[in-house]
Design a protein around this ligand. Sequence first.
Ligand code: GLY
Ligand code: MN
Ligand code: MN
Length: 304
Amino acid sequence: WDTEVLKSIEDAKNLAGRSGRGLLPVCDSGEFLGEFRILKEPVELDWLRKACQISAEAHIETMKFVRPGLNERQVQAFLEYQFKSRMSPRVAYSPIVASGASACTLHYVYNDQECRSGDLLLIDAGAEYNYMNGDITRTFPVGGKYSQIQKELYDHVLSVQKEILQMIKPGIPFNSLQTRAVELLTAAMVELKLLKGSVSDLVRNLTYKKYYPHGVSHWLGMDTHDSGLYQVNGESRKLEPSMCFTIEPGLYIPHNDESAPKELRGLGVRIEDDVIVTEKGYENMTALVPKEISDIEKIVGTKT
Ligand code: GLY
Ligand code: MN
Ligand code: MN
């Protein structure tokens, strides 16, 4: 289509000589349409809630299903069956089912390795419903119990996720979520002995990107990464009721990172929920999926 559109513009230009008319202004409609999509209508919120509910129920069922020896692909098949059984027509995006060190590959798509006891499993997946999309990540132990170091890493990410969620209310700038997430995650990196130095230096020099190389949030809606500007007139957009987005901090320590404490190498954790901004704060549309360690440990592998 790009070729077709560019060719049409070129053809119109070439007509100018004969018709005497120049080319009419050509604007990118994405910006206008994006504005319509940032604030959701009540009915759109209901469809999005439903997409999130389907996604959440499927994540829960899949947590119960996982056990050592399953292939990531079998886990993916089970998860997608759960989506479709609840009348979701499509996945929101290709599910990420990443066990062990694959969790450190942000958009891991192979989903073809065996899930091993002792490893964590990161599942980032969402269902579509009425053209709206869920986007949930949970990271849980294949064998049902987190090791001590896995717990430590997980607890850091979970407490950052909770703190960022608590910030959400009308009036705060969207980019303050990422700024705070970066500060908190960098402090965690220092505590975990991944980095040395002052948090402010490590943030200023972007050193933190080694273990947290993505954003904490994106608009959510008809696209998983929904359209709409994040800045207006050079300033971060302020949150308003009916905006919908994810909150998804993570920490990822590559398996071959010789500067990291050995026990942390190859661990990756992300926790992602989907929210609507309300008059006073926010609604978490995916709160159904357990994220407390004790709640997760109670259900992993319990499906008979
Ligand atoms: N699964 C894509 C994202 O979380 O942004
Ligand atoms: Mn996301
Ligand atoms: Mn995601």
